[in-house]
Design a protein. Sequence first.
Length: 416
Amino acid sequence: MTVQIPEEQISPEVDKRLQSLQRTVRLDGFRPGKVPFKVLKQKYSDGVRHEVLTGLVEATYSQALMQEGLKPAGAPSIEDLSDQKGDGFSYTATFEVYPDIQVPDVSTFELVRETAEVADQDVDDMLETLRAQRATWEDVDRPAEMGDQVIADFAGSVDGAPLEGGAGSDVAIELGTGRLIDGFEAGLVGLRAGDQKTLELSFPEGYHAEQLSGKPVSFEVTVKKVQSKRLPEFDEEFVKSFGIESGQLEDLKADVRLNMERELRDALLNRVKGRVIEGLLDAADMDVPQALVKAEAERIASAAKADPNRPPVDVDAIRPEARRRVAVALLMTEIVSTNELKLDEDKVREQVNSIAASYEDSQQVVDWYYGDPQRLNEIQSLVMENQVVDWVLERAQVTEEQRSFDEIMKPGQTSS
């Protein structure tokens, strides 16, 4: 886009600024405020003109966008600056624009929406999980069995050389968890405190340390203790440890059920939302402005850098994910605009309350969100996304499929 700025828009502003400067400028041979305008103009006009043109470029760029009805995606590149004193100024602004997005015909979408409920057995299983998390270990004088914990020293070697990072002292190893390479835990079954054993094993193919993938490894193991798991009773003390003041098991069950139902509801929504988003992306033929992709990739990388628990992110490596996020945002924004969808503030409140419910002082969490517009905006954006998903599901061809709690919450661990 080429923009012309006529001289009559430039010179008067330059003279105005020079006149203002005349009242304060100091030059050798002249008293303050008495420098002749001609002298002042000769000395300072180029610098003042540059300042005026900088401001006019910003102003006229915005005006030109409005005049042409253009929506830039990212900052422009200003090129071909031409200042012909007496004849005005011109420049060329190069920029990407938001694409003309056509919302796909969602009535052709064939989507699966899963349904599931929290059964009594699911609650009982969760209580057993909580119980296992509070388990203690007691020394036993017998051979180790699956489910026991073994305290051991071990040292690994590959090709006769010590394995880097492959040694440990007084390491607690729970047999049957599968946390160590195949054969290690099983190789400790039947050993007693004081026993020693050499485990001849192999690293699996595709092991994360490529130099060890598929290689044989020897571990010299010395068992120091064999311990049996002791589960706590479902008594008043156990119940109260979860913040249930009554100490009644039924109250704990009710609290656990509420948490499970909330998590299940969120998981079901996220699964169908994923299908809706993929359907929109597959059906939409759109160009995504690279300026927006670059900005989103930098934002992701910046967020990762601010989190000490996350590894550094390569901006180029995350460009595909950044492009996907931008495309989703553009599509959803267009659906909201085209169909005049309005944010449901009641659903915003429900979402905040749902998040707060898992905290001991839920009202403090609610106040925390509503006390910061930026934090609340994150929730509002999430709710608006969910409203778009509902809009699509109301118009698409939806098939419901019943699933169990574990099939939704533990995908890949249960059979369909």
